[in-house]
Design a protein around this ligand. Structure first.
Ligand code: PLP
Ligand code: SF4
Length: 317
């Protein structure tokens, strides 16, 4: 993945934000590549029935609108794809995705992701129009980092048109925006205004965060972040352990440290302001990590949704 930094982020970096610099500057170093897996979540290999769609849980699908984003987060799980045209969907691909959903009425929840769906608003609008005809779909979630990467782009005519349409479709389907935010330095005045534009659609605003070593793995940093999001009416939904993807080694934090931080946060924040801490386990899904309020024998393995024991020390794979 190439380095790609927007003028807005450049400004934050030159203004002295080490947290922003560390997220966007510098591509992965070859000699640090300890992790073996390029596709640890099995997205392409196991769960993709139609180009762009990942159907891993019975009632919900992830739909990757493209692999394009305004800026490239160097810790991205889809590091090997972001910035390429590989994920571009043509009209036929979109029609096949809609047909798949019509054939699978058990799917009631569609998560538009990527890449950033708001970075390619016309494409996303086309998918949304298709989804209006998929009656079983009741909930549409849209993951985005555009308000952080390039808040001004949120006022472009194309994004404006998309947001207007979302407001209209909201009378039939329930929308959530999932804003990806990792540090309060990202919540600039412009970013806050951009989040307000999302709120105007009447969608519920949620956030997601990734634990990043040396960037946000401190109680104080995350406490400020989750409080600020809460004040803005953005509910912290998930905080992920950074995936064991080749090239991301330098970002992965210590599991015990993460758990200690989340325990302290849960003791000090409202439940509404405290996200669920999860590990996205290979072939399984997002497994919540138990916090240190109860005695758990050991945390190097967990059980999946089917009850199988999964070893979490995947680095040696
Ligand atoms: C995260 C994810 C979902 C949604 O999971 P929720 O727990 O409902 O937020 C759905 N499909 C895939 C492939 C995912 O990675
Ligand atoms: S915005 Fe999301 S998909 Fe795009 S590079 Fe960042 S983490 Fe990856």
């Amino acid at each position: 993945m190439e380095e790609r930094i927007t003028p807005h982020l450049r400004q934050l970096i030159s203004g002295g934000s080490g947290a922003v610099a560390a997220q966007f500057m510098g591509a992965a170093k070859g000699n640090q590549q300890l992790f073996a897996m390029e596709d640890p979540l099995g997205e392409e290999s196991q769960y993709s029935p139609v180009k762009g769609i990942i159907h891993k849980y019975p009632n919900r699908v992830l739909w990757k609108v493209s692999y394009r984003c305004a800026a490239h987060c160097q810790f991205c799980t889809r590091l090997r794809q972001i910035g390429t045209s590989d994920g571009d969907l043509d009209r036929d691909d979109i029609d096949r995705g809609i047909a798949y959903l019509r054939d699978h009425p058990e799917v009631d929840d569609v998560i538009l992701s990527g890449g950033d769906p708001l970075y390619t608003p016309s494409q996303t609008l086309h998918i949304l129009e298709g989804l209006t005809g998929a009656e079983a779909v009741r909930v549409i979630r849209i993951g985005t980092r555009l308000p952080i990467h390039s808040p001004k782009s949120m006022s472009s005519p194309h994004v404006g048109r998309l947001l207007e349409r979302i407001a209209e479709i909201s009378s039939e389907k329930t929308f959530f925006f999932l804003a990806h935010v990792n540090h309060s330095d990202e919540l600039t005045a412009d970013a806050r205004e951009a989040l307000k534009l999302l709120r105007r659609t009447t969608a519920t605003l949620l956030s997601q965060t990734v634990f990043l070593r040396g960037i946000n793995d401190e109680v104080g940093i995350l406490k400020t972040l989750f409080r600020e999001l809460y004040y803005l009416g953005v509910l912290p939904y998930y905080i992920y352990r950074c995936d064991y993807v080749r090239g991301l080694e330098r970002f992965v934090c210590d599991l015990a440290r993460e758990r200690q931080i989340m325990t302290e946060l849960r003791a000090n924040l409202s439940g509404i302001a405290c996200p669920t801490y999860v590990v996205d386990v290979i072939g399984v899904g997002k497994i919540p990590v138990p916090l240190d309020f109860w005695d758990v024998p050991q945390i190097s393995s967990c059980r999946d949704f089917a009850g199988n024991t999964i070893d979490l020390s995947q680095k040696e794979n």
